[in-house]
Design a binder for this molecule. Structure first.
Ligand SMILES: Cc1cc2nc3c(=O)[nH]c(=O)nc-3n(C[C@H](O)[C@H](O)[C@H](O)COP(=O)(O)OP(=O)(O)OC[C@H]3O[C@@H](n4cnc5c(N)ncnc54)[C@H](O)[C@@H]3O)c2cc1C
Length: 452
């Protein structure tokens, strides 16, 4: 039997691919719910993700998986409008004329910013179109130094710095220029007249989780089963032990895919991962009315949260029984931060005041419901030298034969962690098993390629 540790999208995807190749698979999930970071709340209509989620046009594996699982028609591409809140004004920044009208960047700043986002290096007056082709050249370059050299101080201070503050907080200067360039390539497509085109799944991403559960088979998934031990004596994995409500179960295994955060891998195998993770505190608010015209509001002004997202300006409120849904969220770099130590009620009160300060039309009494989720490991800090720290899919040499890893510390989750990256990590680990072991029926299968 092949044991999979973790029932998030990565673990379910690994199990799905292995099972399609006829291997006997069992997924062990610590919590009672499947889906990990893609878990949802109920609304008056479709469920909503506890943490905001959308797709970029460059993400193809998730679209192919949705098609395989009969959900191809549910993938939809919508305009996700972006804006900056600066000096108390919401300034849309999607179309060329909105960018032209943005008062916090000079004409020259806008030219340099546009050239960088088009991956054209105009330093020295001669355009170069291949400077940014090899990201490895920028892996050790500090992001601030890079932006000051390749754009202008105005672009750094008035555009990138507020975004980096929201994304990495006090760790922003540790991030590499390679990450930024990877993100520029990762971001997909723009409709010049309307804005950025982003993907969603009609009905919510939990549908993909449910379809994976159906394809893997509920009997092959145990929830409420925290894996606490892998016996790797003799250089190969032999057993997996999981704590359930009824005590500890031990199962013989031929292979194991650890599809959880790298601290779980370290606890189970001793394999150390140097990557630092940030936590997230994220609230979903239900209101009866709309507060902005924007999906994603970046905050250049002081605010108690890092980002303000009006989800129902992306997916219409009719999907949620007429509820207008918002996210407020902040990343947390250190567990000693005040926000991390507030209980949910205190976070909500603090953020409710913050919304009222930013939007005078907001009536705190009009909140139908608010729910807050938090998780101490939700995103890597993509610091310099990051790619040297990713955890290999195949840990036969580093840990023991038969041990594989697919999770947020996998290469597929760079330069941005995503559902697509989780699926690719799960597939990549499964492919290595398929590639090395004959199927139970004696046939040797050829793994389907996934981008790596
Ligand atoms: C704020 C936020 C915004 C995001 N935005 C987007 C977005 O816009 N688009 C996008 O595509 N993605 C987004 N993501 C990322 C996406 O949610 C993740 O990349 C993806 O869900 C990770 O899946 P995973 O299976 O690797 O990990 P997880 O979802 O963390 O799953 C791991 C599972 O392992 C279980 N587990 C842990 N330890 C054990 C154990 N010992 N035994 C058994 N089970 C265990 C956990 O309970 C969990 O269910 C966002 C995430 C966050 C937090």
């Amino acid at each position: 039997m092949i044991g999979v540790v973790g029932g998030g999208i990565a673990g379910l995807s690994a199990a799905y691919r292995l099972q399609r190749c006829d291997y006997d698979v069992q997924v062990f999930e610590a919590s009672e719910d499947l889906g990990g970071l893609a878990a949802v709340y109920e609304t008056a209509g479709d469920p909503i993700e506890k943490f905001y989620h959308h797709l970029s046009k460059s993400e193809e594996t998730i679209v192919e998986l949705a098609e395989d699982l009969g959900l191809g028609d549910a993938v939809e591409w919508r305009v996700g409008k972006n804006a900056f809140l600066a000096d108390g004004e919401v300034r849309p920044l999607d179309t060329p004329w909105e960018i032209a009208a943005y008062p916090h960047l000079s004409v020259y700043d806008k030219f340099r910013l546009t050239m960088l986002t088009m991956e054209v290096d105009v330093r020295g007056g001669m355009p170069s179109f291949d400077t940014y082709d090899d990201l490895a050249d920028f892996e050790d370059v500090p992001i601030k130094e890079f932006l000051l050299d390749h754009t202008t101080r105005g672009v750094y201070e008035n555009f990138w710095e507020p975004l980096l503050d929201a994304k990495f907080g006090s760790r922003k200067e540790d991030v590499s220029a390679a990450w930024l360039l990877g993100r520029v390539k990762f971001r997909g497509e723009r409709d010049l007249l309307r804005g950025e085109i982003l993907g969603y799944l009609d009905g919510g991403f939990h549908q993909l989780i449910d379809a994976l559960i159906g394809a893997v088979g509920r009997d092959n998934i145990t929830t409420g089963a925290r894996v606490t031990d892998l016996d790797c004596s003799g250089g190969a994995v032999r057993t997996l032990s999981a704590e359930t409500g009824d005590g500890t179960e031990t199962h013989e295994v031929d292979e194991v895919v650890v599809a959880a955060m790298p601290n779980v891998l370290e606890d189970l195998t001793g394999y150390p991962c140097e990557i630092d993770f940030q936590g997230t505190v994220c609230s979903v608010w239900s209101l009866d009315e709309s507060l902005t015209d924007t999906y994603w509001l970046n905050l250049a002004d002081e605010a108690p949260f890092g980002v303000f997202i009006e989800h129902t300006n992306f997916v219409p409120p009719e999907r949620y029984g007429g509820e207008h849904l918002y996210y407020t969220a902040s990343y947390v770099q250190d567990p000693s931060e005040d926000l991390w130590n507030m209980d949910d009620g205190a976070v909500e009160a603090h953020w409710r005041d913050g919304i009222a300060d930013l939007f005078p039309a907001f009536d705190p009494a009009s909140v139908n419901w608010v729910e807050t989720a938090r998780n101490p490991r939700t995103a890597p800090v993509y610091e310099r030298g990051y790619l040297d720290m990713v955890v290999p899919y195949d840990l036969s040499d580093a840990v023991a034969e038969g041990v594989y890893y697919a999770g947020m510390a996998s290469k597929a989750q760079y330069p941005e962690r995503s559902l697509n990256g989780g699926i690719e990590a799960g597939f990549a680990a499964a492919n290595r098993i398929v590639g090395t072991r004959p199927r139970p029926d004696g046939e040797r299968t050829v793994a389907e390629p996934v981008p790596e």
